[in-house]
Design a protein around this ligand. Structure first.
Ligand code: GAP
Length: 429
């Protein structure tokens, strides 16, 4: 079983590299641990994830608005938020080979690399330092943000004043975060640079409301993953124990995914209470009642990279003939591929080209004329393209094309002038 899971992970990593989803960062210089580059298909997948998230969390709601804050902030933010003191993981070092590990991730109390003994654990701060300024003497220490969240809190007043939005409401954001992880690993799962998609939802302080809103967002977030066709049996909630909760959280639950390397955190739902706004000395005034208070915050915090990784893993299928990614069409990097049956028949190529150009105006559409049709199908299956359109000799006679479905491999004939409608219906747009 363990070998089967490791084998699956190897297949995923190799597929991602070979087909242009994810590459090791700066690979020609030996790479750099914990950093990854997204290739042509990876960037499309991530963009689709972010667009779907933004639509569901911001654009389709009246009570949520978005912002896009800077990555580097005044360093005082991180003192006040508690990150410079409490954003730590327990680090141990092997006394023999000097390899470093996260103590809470170790199964045994000896070095997995050489069997050596460990040093006493110390708290290792995860914030990544940077230096800003043009002169050596004038350079000031700052941090790459360890969570995107603080950018929302420090703009709380700006948002309220500029929009007049009333509590309860949420501020959403998507952006890069950086953590100097002790042990990055499991491909992109634990990276040092990654993207988060977060909602901070502000409510009037009240235990009952806090618990209800927490449960509401738990369900919403689970439903979002399910709406993108992830397998339900691979998701679960896990409550954080008192000793593992982040320094800001009163209560926390993770949505976990059953990854080949075990159940793993997908997204965190946190009840942050008044921790952040109180520390930043920010309050909210209800203009109708005149009441002033420090709102509580319920947070949903997901990772774009983990979503991309887990959706690729979840979509991976293989049989004795082919492997395919059964992505939801909403997430598939390429929705349609268009082929002329033969590349050396001018009439077929010209007709296929006109179909391709027409579809490309509305859908992410690829062109392929290499090899035989079977090979082209398998190449598109491997990257999760839901539909392939073939222009053949019948097309020239009756203006119909073959549309082949990725998951069932079934084919049907569709009129070329109905193709747009056909795909729009399938994509529910
Ligand atoms: N603002 C709250 C916060 O940052 P978190 O549980 O530390 O909470 C939220 O992180 C999400 O960010 C995680 O569930 C995960 O999806 C993503 N994430 C965190 N650390 C990550 C890492 N090192 N690599 C990739 N994604 C990460």
């Amino acid at each position: 079983m363990i070998n089967k899971q490791a084998d699956l992970m190897n297949k995923i990593v190799s597929l991602c590299k070979r087909r242009g989803f994810v590459f090791p960062s700066s690979e020609i210089y030996g790479g750099i641990q914990g950093f990854w580059d997204y290739g042509p298909l990876g960037v499309e997948l991530k963009n689709n994830i972010k667009q779907n998230w933004w639509k569901s969390m911001v654009q389709s709601r009246q009570d949520v608005i978005g912002i896009d804050a800077a990555i580097i902030m005044n360093p005082t933010v991180w003192d006040v938020s508690g990150h410079t003191s409490a954003f730590t993981d327990p680090l141990v070092e092997c006394k023999s080979c000097h390899h470093r590990f996260r103590e809470d991730h170790l199964k045994e109390n000896k070095c997995p690399d050489c069997g050596g003994l460990f040093s006493e654990p110390k708290n290792f701060n995860l914030l990544t330092e940077v230096y800003i300024g043009s002169t050596e003497e004038g350079k000031k220490k700052a941090y790459l943000r360890g969570e995107i969240t603080q950018g929302v809190f420090v703009n709380f007043k700006n948002v309220v004043d500029s929009t007049r939005i009333k509590i309860p409401f949420g501020i959403a954001q998507i952006g890069k975060a950086f953590r100097n992880e002790i042990t990055p690993g499991n491909f992109t799962f634990r990276s040092r640079e990654f993207e988060q998609m977060e909602l901070e939802y502000f409510i009037k302080p009240d235990e009952k409301t806090g618990n209800e809103v927490f449960e509401y967002w738990k369900k919403k977030r689970l439903d979002w993953y399910l709406s993108l066709d992830i397998r339900k049996e691979n998701l679960r909630f896990r409550k954080h124990e008192d000793d593992e909760r982040a320094h800001y959280a009163r209560k926390a639950e993770d949505i976990e995914y059953k990854a080949p390397f075990g159940w793993s955190e997908f997204e965190g739902i946190h009840h942050r209470g008044d921790y952040d706004l109180k520390n930043h000395k920010l309050t909210y005034k209800d203009n109708e009642t005149g009441e002033e208070y420090t709102p509580w915050v319920i947070e949903t915090s997901g990772g774009v990279d983990r979503t991309a990784l887990f959706f690729i893993i979840d979509a991976y299928r293989e049989d004795d003939k082919r492997s395919w990614l059964a992505f939801s069409p909403k997430l598939a990097p390429c929705k349609i591929a268009v082929f002329p049956l033969l590349k050396n028949k001018k009439e077929l190529v010209e007709k296929a080209d006109s179909v391709y150009k027409e579809l490309k105006k509305d859908f992410a559409t690829a062109w392929d004329e290499r090899g035989n049709i079977g090979k082209r199908y398998y190449a598109q299956d491997e990257i999760g393209t839901p539909w392939c359109v073939t222009i053949d000799f019948d097309t020239l006679k009756d203006n119909t094309v073959t549309v082949r479905d990725r998951d069932t491999a079934k084919q049907e004939r569709i009129k070329t002038d109905e193709l747009k409608q056909y795909f729009a219906k399938k994509l529910k747009i």
